[in-house]
Design a protein around this ligand. Structure first.
Ligand code: ATP
Ligand code: MG
Length: 741
């Protein structure tokens, strides 16, 4: 068959077809947003199998999310049937877990190792920091965690990090790093970065193992190549060295994970790594209108460090992009809500045609409030994830501990859940004994009497050990994971503790647990279920229901929607405040803006507010500099101009509705103040008597959090809350805009 009538190449332009039918050897498809890179990659797989008779089992394709992976598998399954199963299409992390599970001993691990998420990793780092006597003000756990993570993504081990350290702070972090790795190994656990780092190490130390995979994966394909970090890139080079069939697609203008160690130099240097690399550029865009592309091009052309390329389409210019400037964030959000309702009624669109993007998570709150008031169904992608909920984490920690008895972080989390009278002091006693004996916390636990544990804690630990042994017995009897969870809920008393108090909260927790049972039932073994749940990416929460999607611009990469709202376009938010004086980071913000704009297929709204409340304060804003980079001829200003009187009555009316519905009444309180940073006071405050550690609360700006400590009394009382958006904060109770969750 010639290329022009090959059905596998139908619906592709000549450049796309050339990429899909590429003979072999390294190929780089470097192209702008919406030019069909992902389509080309998917087709390439089909082409290899159909036209080149490549066995699906010798293909490894790396995608950015598990969702994209599932779609690709589905397609290939349609083409070739069940044999498609032997093909690996997955994220870097999932592929690495599969490889590591085959050779854990080579690296000193046992087969049943568990995967720590960010939260677990930070807990362990904080334990280490305090045992080293480090001052948490000078060495915030978050910061140490991110330095260690960066080191791993650059393939630097503790020794290398130490060698690079130039002052005491860096040396301390390197020390924490060294201990952290030891403790992880002791707990038979790996964190996310380890999955890549350790696979690379495995290949480096064992050439024979590497060769086995080089021979197996004769074809390597990688999507979103611009966001691979040094470690991931090295892994691609290792695997592709022998066959040289490395097919990568990416867009250097969309590299937005610099903070996570993604390195856009990878794509620029791919050409150097393989001397005979073929390069294909795609410039025709099939997603957006010409106006949207002109806006994207005009913004990104302000970046110094890029290869010029210009996207075009033959789909016509379409409508101008719409700019809305609200007086404050609630007006901005109301505008978004009413535009969606209007377009749905008159434009024949579904809720799922709309997406709202914001730069920082906390910006979703005001949009959510407007949607709730208007009854618009929505989904926040990457909010509190299902697997981050308390009851789910508790249960998963038990499962991990059943599978891997040495998991210290899981043990600490569940030893007194449900309550068994085992306090921090008893655990400290056991930890001391463990240190003396040079064993792990888990090993020392059974010697609780020698450790000097007394009273209720003594029988508590004994009960706990009996429970764990019973649960492990179920696993030995090959009980499937869904039933195992049920057994855990009954035998541990976890279910009866929740059922004893049938608050709405507890009922929804029980619902979540049933949901977990049904997810677990899809897996045959405990290990398979634990791996799958550890690797659920945020973008995988996107599903097909008819709801509006809310997400950060980062999460939106690779996706497309007919109507897009790009919100809070204000200097200090988008671009982010940390980037304003850093030319390199500002360029990354600009790429992020380019990603946001290029998600829109037909209509793009750009919105901002003159005043925004953040962190409990309302202040005047400065329009985003990115707005100035768009030629005015492409923009239609759709802001409603209200007179002072109209605005005043709207504010007052609006705020009454808000407080009646139990939502923020900050608009009312803010009204009449002109200072640009006024404390926002919104209604009755919580009191000390309503709070205790563990209680979930919602903050006006920071969203959901959990109380971790309360100090003092009355007007002076302060409360420490761990927010999922911004981490731990200490707040004065009488000022903080908090309500119970
Ligand atoms: P991004 O950079 O945002 O990841 P991309 O380059 O991966 O974008 P795709 O998502 O593959 O682009 O394609 C964008 C849209 O254009 C999709 O809806 C896709 O189906 C469509 N498309 C791609 N190529 C063609 C083509 N030759 N003819 C018609 N539609 C196409
Ligand atoms: Mg894509």
């Amino acid at each position: 068959i010639t290329n022009s009538n090959n059905p596998l190449l139908a619906g592709l332009n000549p450049a796309q077809a050339a990429a899909v039918s590429h003979d072999g050897g390294p190929l780089l498809v470097i192209a702008g947003a919406g030019s069909g890179k992902t389509r080309v990659l998917t087709r390439r797989i089909a082409y290899l199998i159909e036209a080149k008779e490549v066995h699906p089992g010798s293909i490894l394709a790396i995608t950015f999310t598990n969702k994209a992976a599932a779609e690709m598998k589905e397609r290939v399954n349609e083409l070739v049937g069940p044999i498609a199963k032997s093909m690996w299409v997955s994220t870097f992390h999932s592929a690495c877990v599969r490889i590591l599970r085959n050779h854990p001993e080579a690296l000193g691990y046992r087969k049943n190792f568990v995967i720590y998420d960010q939260d677990d990793a930070e807990k362990l780092i904080s334990l280490i920091s305090s045992s080293m006597g480090l001052d948490t003000k000078r060495f915030p756990t978050r910061q140490s965690a991110s330095r260690i993570s960066n080191a791993k993504s650059e393939l630097l081990g503790p020794k290398e990090l130490m060698a690079k350290a130039t002052h005491i702070m860096e040396r301390k972090v390197a020390e924490v790093y060294a201990q952290y790795q030891e403790r992880l190994l002791g707990a038979n656990a790996m964190d996310f970065d380890d999955l890549i780092y350790k696979t690379h190490e495995l290949f480096e130390r064992y050439p024979a193992i590497l060769e086995q995979y080089q021979r197996r994966f004769f074809h390597l394909l990688v999507d979103e190549y611009q966001d691979t970090n040094v470690a991931q890139n090295a892994l691609v080079m290792q695997l592709g060295e022998r066959s040289r069939n490395v097919f990568v697609v990416g867009d250097s203008d969309q590299s937005v994970y610099g903070f996570r160690g993604a390195d856009m130099r990878n794509i620029l240097e791919f050409e150097k790594a393989f001397e005979d690399v073929a390069v294909i550029k795609l410039e025709q865009n099939y997603r957006s209108t010409q106006t949207i592309l002109d806006v994207a091009n005009s913004i990104i052309s302000n970046n110094q460090y890029r290869e010029a390329k210009n996207l075009w389409t033959d789909q016509g210019s379409g409508e101008k992009v719409r700019l809305f400037v609200g007086d404050d964030d609630s007006e901005e959000s109301n505008f978004i809500a009413s535009s969606i309702l209007r377009e749905r009624e008159t434009g024949g669109r579904r809720y799922s045609d709309f997406a709202v993007f914001y730069r920082i998570n906390s910006n979703s709150r005001s949009v959510e409030e407007a949607f709730i008031r208007r009854g618009i169904p929505y989904r926040v992608v990457g909010g509190t994830r299902f697997y981050d909920r308390r009851e789910i984490k508790d249960t998963m920690s038990y499962l991990r501990l059943i599978q891997n008895p040495t998991d210290e972080i899981a043990l600490r989390r569940v030893i007194n859940v449900p309550k068994r009278g085992i306090g921090d002091q008893s655990i400290a006693k056991v930890a001391t004994l463990a240190a003396e004996m040079g064993t792990t916390l888990v090993d020392a636990l059974s010697k609780y009497e020698a450790a000097g544990v007394t009273g209720r804690a003594k029988s508590g630990i004994a009960d706990f050990l009996v429970l764990m042994e019973a649960l492990r017995g179920h696993v030995r009897d090959e009980m499937p994971p869904g039933e195992l969870i049920e057994a855990f809920l009954d035998e541990s008393g976890y279910r009866s503790e929740l059922a004893a108090n049938d608050s709405v909260d507890n009922l929804s927790r029980l619902d979540n647990l049933s949901e977990l049972v049904s997810v677990a039932s899809e897996h045959e073994t405990l290990e398979a279920f634990l791996d799958a749940s550890a690797l659920v990416a945020q973008a995988d929460q996107i599903q097909g229901d008819d709801v509006v999607t809310l997400m950060t611009v980062h999460t939106a990469k690779g996706l497309e929607y007919p109507v897009v709202f790009l919100t809070a376009l204000e200097d200090g938010i988008f671009p982010h405040s940390r980037s304003l004086y850093e030319p390199k980071e500002l360029e990354e913000e600009r790429r992020l803006c380019y990603v946001g704009v290029t998600r829109a297929r037909e209509i793009l709204y750009l919105t901002r507010a003159n005043q925004r409340s953040q962190y409990g304060e309302s202040s005047l804003t400065i329009p985003s500099r990115f707005l100035d980079e768009i030629p005015p001829s492409l923009i239609e200003d759709v802001s409603v101009r209200l007179s002072y009187e109209e605005r005043r009555s709207r504010y007052l009316g609006d705020s009454v509705v808000q407080s009646a519905s139990g939502l923020s009444s900050s608009t009312l309180k803010r009204y009449g103040t002109t200072s640009n940073s006024t404390k926002v006071d919104s209604g009755p405050r919580l009191s000390v008597s309503q709070l205790k550690p563990g209680i979930p609360v919602v903050h006006g700006s920071w969203g959901e959090g959990v109380v971790t400590a309360i100090d003092g009394n009355g007007d002076n009382a302060s409360v420490t809350i761990r927010f999922s958006s911004v981490g731990s904060k200490k707040l004065i109770l009488s000022y903080a805009p908090l309500k119970l969750a």
